[in-house]
Design a protein around this ligand. Structure first.
Ligand code: SF4
Ligand code: SF4
Length: 350
């Protein structure tokens, strides 16, 4: 028999973000009863949207012992269920959505033990059950993009991933005070489930205020700007696409560096008939025919199948190109450049 408080968690999680919706099913309860104690679930449900003081949360819980509640909130922050922000010396608390937030924090430490193997299994099983549940929703009021599928959910998805090529990312890093890095959650989850990746894994980055929280709580390690750029160059060499959650510290400025064999988002985008519309594609590649030697080195680097040879000439499919720039990095003849799409006029940072 499941404590009825867990029934209220989907509403509390989905009110924060629907990027990875919470839907009621056996696998959801298996996951949340593993992550939250009943007391933590009750506190989470009582937390107002956005930042709140311990007094405000205590009032919603009709709880008088502020010290006990503050201690519980500290434990929840260490478990990656909530954020704690410092505002002029006062602690403010914020409940997190599944994504971006709780899911990433469960695996970013890169720990290999029985608890984390269990979490990897629970997340895998819940993802499958969530997609199946949403697929059977009828009628579909809105669309949710799952790998290669469109699934209905009952409210708007506000989260859209943004593809950021190396040059733009370098500028963003130079302009960001706090950067930290953890283990790629997709590749770590796959490794915990027996499918390790041959790509570098320590390149899942957090930028901005959430980076400070994540490093202080041991989810990530702080990087200098130079170290961060070096990690991005390593990711570029490995053909990993830089994807930014584009939510300027609403919950976390999460920068993924991943590829379609391991990343649910990139896999879904690559299966779309128009990948450039499935993400926030800010750039598109251009080929300088005079410089191109038709060496074909760029073709296998493109995860969107946007490049091919036609009668001895390299051509690109503009609809399939998401402007990741991974091909540009590879070209030995410097025959490729990136050109702005209209989305690139929107600043990455507010
Ligand atoms: S063509 Fe180049 S820039 Fe466009 S999606 Fe493929 S690898 Fe990325
Ligand atoms: S890597 Fe450069 S030179 Fe080689 S085919 Fe691609 S664009 Fe042409």
């Amino acid at each position: 028999m499941i404590d009825p408080i867990y029934e209220k968690l989907p509403g509390a999680l989905n009110a924060r973000s629907m990027a990875y919706p919470a839907v009621k099913c056996k696998e959801f309860y298996d996951l949340v009863t593993f992550l939250f104690t009943p007391e933590e679930a009750a506190t989470f449900v009582a937390m107002p949207l956005g930042l709140a003081t311990v007094e405000e949360i205590a009032e919603n819980l009709s709880m008088k012992d502020l010290k006990k509640l503050a201690g519980q909130l500290e434990t929840m922050a260490d478990k990656g269920l909530i954020h704690i922000r410092d505002r002029s010396g006062k602690k403010l608390y914020e409940a997190l959505p599944f994504v971006p937030g709780i899911t990433e924090y469960q695996l970013m430490r890169g720990i290999v033990d029985e608890r984390h193997k269990k979490i990897a299994t629970l997340l895998r099983d819940y993802s499958k059950a969530m997609i199946n549940t949403l697929m059977s929703t009828n009628p579909p009021p809105m669309e949710f993009h799952a790998p290669g599928k469109k699934v209905a959910v009952d409210r708007e998805i506000e989260h859209k991933s943004t593809i950021v090529p190396f040059k733009e990312l370098k500028d963003l890093i130079m302009d960001t005070e706090y950067i930290s890095v953890g283990t790629c959650i997709c590749r770590h989850q796959a490794a915990l489930l027996g499918k390790p990746s041959d790509k570098p894994v320590n390149n899942c980055m957090v930028l901005g205020e959430s980076a400070k929280f994540a490093a202080e709580r041991g989810f990530t390690t702080r990087l200098t700007k130079e170290e961060a750029i070096k990690r991005i160059e390593e990711a570029e060499d490995a053909g990993l696409i830089h994807t930014f959650a584009n939510s300027p510290d609403l919950y976390s400025n999460l920068l993924c560096n991943c590829y379609k064999d391991r990343c649910m988002i990139i896999k879904g985008v690559s299966k779309s008939p128009v990948p450039s519309l499935a993400v926030n594609a800010r750039w598109v590649v251009q080929i300088n025919e005079d410089d191109c030697t038709a060496c074909e080195a760029c073709i296998p680097r493109c995860q969107m199948d946007a490049l091919k040879m036609v009668e001895g000439k390299l051509v690109r499919d503009e609809k399939r190109c998401i402007g990741c720039g991974i091909c540009v990095w590879t070209c030995p003849a410097d025959a490729m450049t990136l050109e702005q799409r209209p989305a690139a006029k929107i600043p990455l940072k507010s």
